[in-house]
Write a new protein. Structure first.
Length: 279
C-alpha cells in the first residue's frame, strides 16, 4: 500500500467535502499532517492538485515506510538547507548582488550551464576580502525552518546526512561543524593574502558531481539507492534527485519540480521528515 501525505497547519479548517471518494475526514485527527492509505497506483487529479496548491497544502504519494528505513539523505545547501544564495550575498560586498543574482536565477532555472555561470559569478568577486565570507555566515545566513528538526531525526534514527553544494566550502564546512553533519562537499574559492582571486580551486561540484557523490557514499555505506533521499531546488540538483530512491524538490524551480518524486512548496524541511511514517 501507498500513503497520501497532506501537510498544512490548518488542514482541519479546510472544506474537504469533495474528497469523500478519497477519504473520510471523520477518520482523521486534528493534526497538521494527514496520512491516508491509498492504492499503489493512486494519483491525484489535476483539479485536486490545483485545489491543494490553492490552499497551500503540501502533498506526497509514496510507500508507507518509516523514516528510519532511509539510510542516507543528500541535501543541497543554498535555498534548501539555508534560506539564502551565498554567492549573491557575497557579491553584495562589492555592489554586484543584483547582477550576480540574475545569473544565479537563470542557472538554477536550467537556462545556463552551471559550471560556466559559476565561474562567471566567481570572477565578479575578485578583490573582495575574506572577511566578507565571515560577514555572510555570521550575519546573513539563516537555516531553513525545519532544518534542525530534520537533522535531529536523522541522528535519532541513524540516517546519514550529506550536504553537497555548488556553493562554497567556506560555508559547508562551518555548517557541517555547527549541525554535526556526516559529510559536506562544495566548491573552494581561491583566497590569496586574505582576498578572493575570482577563481575556484580543486574539483568542481556540479550537477553530475552531486549525483556521483550520492552513488559513491551509498556504495561505501552499503545502502541501496532505494533507501536514499536527495533534495534540492535548482536544475543542478536534478541528476541526484533522479538517482535517489526519493527525490524531493524543495521550494524548487519548475524544471526541478517536474523531475522529483515529491515537492515541498509551502512547508519547511521538517515536512520531509513528516512524509514518512513515524518510527
Amino acid at each position: 500500500m501507498a500513503v497520501l501525505v497532506l501537510q498544512n497547519p490548518h488542514l482541519a479548517q479546510l472544506n474537504w467535502q469533495t474528497w469523500s471518494n478519497v477519504f473520510s475526514t471523520h477518520e482523521i485527527q486534528n493534526h497538521s499532517v494527514w496520512r491516508i492509505q491509498v492504492a499503489d497506483d493512486f494519483a491525484l487529479t489535476t483539479e485536486q492538485n490545483q485545489w491543494l496548491a490553492q490552499h497551500q497544502v503540501d502533498t506526497a504519494v509514496l510507500p508507507d515506510i518509516p523514516f528510519s528505513d532511509l539510510g542516507l539523505i543528500i541535501s543541497d545547501m543554498d535555498s534548501t538547507l539555508i534560506t539564502i544564495e551565498c554567492i549573491d550575498e557575497i557579491a553584495a560586498g562589492n555592489g554586484l548582488k543584483d547582477q550576480v543574482s540574475a545569473i544565479t536565477e537563470r542557472s538554477m532555472a536550467g537556462e545556463l550551464d552551471f559550471a560556466s555561470s559559476l565561474r562567471e559569478r566567481v570572477a565578479l568577486l575578485k578583490g573582495l576580502p575574506e572577511t566578507e565570507l565571515a560577514h555572510v555566515y555570521d550575519h546573513v545566513l539563516q537555516l531553513t525552518p525545519g532544518a534542525e528538526t530534520l537533522i535531529a531525526a536523522c541522528k535519532q534514527h541513524g540516517v546519514k546526512f550529506m550536504l553537497v553544494s555548488g556553493g562554497f566550502t567556506y560555508f559547508t564546512k562551518r555548517l557541517k561543524t555547527q549541525l554535526g553533519l556526516d559529510y559536506a562537499y562544495a566548491n573552494e574559492l581561491e583566497i590569496i593574502d586574505g582576498k578572493l582571486t575570482g577563481k575556484l580551486t580543486g574539483r568542481m561540484i556540479d550537477a553530475q558531481a552531486k549525483a556521483d557523490l550520492l552513488q559513491q557514499h551509498a556504495n561505501e555505506l552499503n545502502i541501496p539507492l532505494s533507501r536514499t533521499l536527495a533534495m534540492g531546488d535548482g536544475a543542478n540538483d536534478i541528476p541526484m534527485i533522479q538517482a535517489a530512491g526519493f527525490g524531493v524538490a524543495f521550494h524548487a524551480k519548475p524544471k526541478t519540480r517536474s523531475m522529483a518524486d515529491m515537492c515541498i512548496d509551502f512547508g519547511g524541511l521538517d515536512a520531509v521528515y513528516h512524509c514518512f511514517k513515524p518510527a
